[in-house]
Design a protein around this ligand. Structure first.
Ligand code: SAM
Length: 313
């Protein structure tokens, strides 16, 4: 962990070694954050491996421009959404890579930066954009979406039981004045969820904040976009490792890998394949890799991490 970027890297050794880095290889860390995995990839692919570090957050990029100097031309830093990975690679003249790592979600730095609005623990503007160049923030979503759409987001992305009540409270409140801060939203969520249902379990705003963050950053859409392109960007034998932090992400990764492993769409009773879709990946991990109890004790954020790894055929 760097002092300037206080993010404790999850599954640091497991994720990097899953890619089997070697000298001369080319790797992408599509979620560079504080660079914990990126630096390890650079070390493991020394003396001449190349690592392309991608992040959509300006702070992660600015930080990498400082720590990355030590690696010279071996580290290529790109500010982009990983959904446009193919464009990023063609921009720098790279056709295929030997490894691709994704450590999904937000970094601890983003959560802790008071003005980002990711955390229900700090009162801040309702923002939640990982890329502050984009227009849509949590504030605009809550001001512009219908009650039905807000309910759907809270239910689907947060698995929030009280979704429709919270959405109704939001829509009633915004008639008087738009919601501007995370503090206002937390108060409203607390008012919408009956006290008896708030007594146990996690913070009552946890699920709604997760849901809004996923919606603002279109996290599941961009994940789906990049996962379908994985076979095109990996060289034969190249590997992808994805670390996810909630069941929606893990399901998306598992299903995308399964489709690439068994792409045939012919009816099962048909004796001969006529769709001619060939497998592009093989699973390296049948069950996801999870952090050890020791890692979780030292880094509570690792608690829900699951890593899946696949290899290009
Ligand atoms: C969990 S952190 C990564 C931490 C990093 N592995 C480390 O050890 O420091 C996730 C990072 O990915 C970035 N990110 C999330 N979704 C992204 C996307 N679609 N495109 C580019 N960057 C993304 C976030 O801005 C954040 O910095």
């Amino acid at each position: 962990m760097s002092e300037l970027f206080a993010h404790e890297t999850v599954l640091p050794a497991e994720a990097v070694m899953a890619l089997k880095p070697r000298a001369g290889g080319v790797y992408v860390d599509a979620t560079m954050g504080g660079g914990g995995h990126t630096r390890r990839l650079l070390d493991e692919s020394a003396p001449d491996g190349i690592v392309i570090g991608v992040d959509q957050d300006e702070r992660a990029i600015a930080h990498a421009e400082i720590w990355g100097r030590a690696f010279g031309r071996r580290l290529v830093v790109m500010r982009a959404n990983f959904a446009s990975l193919s464009d990023v690679l063609s921009e720098i003249g790279v056709a295929r890579v030997d490894g691709l790592l994704m450590d999904l979600g937000v970094s601890s730095v983003q959560l802790d930066e008071a003005d980002r609005g990711f955390s229900y623990q700090h009162d801040a503007p309702l923002d939640m954009r990982m890329d502050r160049r984009q227009r849509t923030s949590a504030r605009t979503l809550l001001a512009e979406l219908s009650e039905r759409q807000i309910t759907q987001i809270l239910r689907e992305y947060g698995e929030e039981k009280w979704a429709s009540r919270i959405a109704a409270f939001i829509v009633r409140q915004r008639v008087a004045a738009p919601l501007e801060t995370t503090g206002q939203l937390v108060d409203l969520i607390k008012a919408a969820i009956p006290a008896s249902a708030r007594r146990d379990g996690p913070h009552p705003a946890k699920r709604s904040f997760q849901a809004l963050r996923i919606a603002v950053n279109r996290e599941l859409d961009v994940l789906a976009d990049v996962l379908v392109r994985v076979p095109d960007v990996l060289a034969p034998g190249g590997r992808i490792a994805v670390i996810s932090f909630h069941s929606l992400e893990d399901r998306a990764v598992k299903q995308a890998f399964a489709r690439a492993v068994k792409p045939c769409t012919c009816p099962p009773q048909q004796p001969v394949c006529t769709c001619h879709k060939v497998p592009t990946l093989r699973l390296v991990t049948r069950k996801p890799i999870e952090p050890t109890a020791d890692e979780v004790a030292g880094n509570p954020r690792a608690r829900s991490a699951k890593m899946r790894v696949a290899e290009r055929l």
